[in-house]
Design a protein around this ligand. Structure first.
Ligand code: NCD
Length: 304
């Protein structure tokens, strides 16, 4: 049985197949509309979410399956002290596959070790967010045509932003990707990610100003400052508006630079940027449904 805990759980070839399947789903949705009839997806969300949980649910419903689950820890038995290991054993009796989001790093891994159904990590603390990465990769592949040969700027909270960690680890497997890591010093990418970049021999630079490098980028991945992972509110308030992408900064960018954001946005992208054709973050959310449909089919080993 397969799980998706880290974005590297799939080989590059498997990932290619998954993205191809997602592309076919986008083009021929009706072909897949009954394919998971009788199957159930459980969404176990111990942390807030809009897109990830609802896109998982939409994905399973689009496949003709059903969904069950909870959207906050307080409404589950976690509030009574039940362990993740116990919960997942019970959920294995009720559902065929599950997506779990948890504030603790490693929670999905623990779940997968105790599960009798495939477990998908839908975000574990500040660690990883592999299905957001699948979404990001599908967006880039669909809109740029390839995953290598680009300069990507990752901007914002690179310390606590789990989507950033997963995306960097994944893009390191492609040729000729240069990383510009744009953050205040306090929110730098963790050292273990820098080590991964160095080991892979990829080019990177850490900078503190977006406007200094925006003109070089093929892709700009904006992120919000992760308030819930800060230890004190003062630091959050000091750092929260470190970067704001607005029309003036977009003028400095290439004509075909894409702007991605996992969302939710707070202040880091001014709404005036939304109408710029290079802003693709809402399209990205749509790709998230296709890729999660492809993932469910792959992990359930459904013949397509
Ligand atoms: C991200 C997350 O939960 O890490 N959201 C998402 O799933 N699209 C990004 C964020 O919360 O900032």
């Amino acid at each position: 049985m397969r799980h998706l805990i880290s974005p590297l759980d799939f080989s590059v070839e498997e990932l290619d197949k998954l993205l191809e399947l997602a592309g076919d789903i986008e083009k021929n949705p009706e072909k897949y509309s009954e394919i998971c009839k009788g199957k159930k997806l459980a969404t176990l969300f111990y942390e807030p979410s809009t897109r990830t949980r609802l896109s998982f649910e939409a994905a399973m419903l689009n496949l003709g399956g059903q969904v069950l689950g909870f959207s906050e820890a307080t409404s589950s038995s976690a509030a009574k002290g039940e362990s993740v290991a116990d919960t997942i054993q019970v959920i294995s009796c009720y559902a065929d596959i599950c997506a779990m989001r948890h504030p603790k790093e490693g929670a999905a891994l623990v779940a997968s070790r105790n599960a009798r159904i495939p477990v998908i990590n839908a975000g574990d603390g500040g660690h990883q967010h592999p299905t957001q990465t699948l979404t990001d990769l599908l967006t880039v592949k669909s809109l740029k045509g390839e995953l290598g040969n680009m300069t990507i700027g990752l901007c914002g909270d690179l310390k606590f932003g789990r989507t950033v960690h997963s995306l960097i680890n994944s893009l390191l497997r492609y040729e000729n990707v240069k990383f510009l890591l744009i953050s205040p010093k306090e929110l730098r990418v963790p050292d273990y990610i820098i080590e991964n970049i160095e080991e892979a021999g990829a080019e990177y630079e850490e900078v503190t100003k977006l406007e200094d490098v925006i003109g070089e980028l093929d892709l700009l991945y904006m992120t919000r400052v992760q308030r819930e992972r800060f230890f004190n509110e003062e630091d959050y308030i000091r750092l929260k508006d470190s970067f704001i992408l607005d029309r003036a900064k977009m003028k400095l960018a290439k004509d075909d630079m894409l702007v991605l954001h996992p969302l939710p946005r707070v202040n880091e992208i001014s709404v005036e940027v939304d109408s710029d054709p290079r802003a693709v973050y809402f399209k990205q959310a749509q790709y998230g449904v296709y890729v999660r449909m492809a993932l469910i089919l792959t992990l359930l080993e459904v013949e397509v």
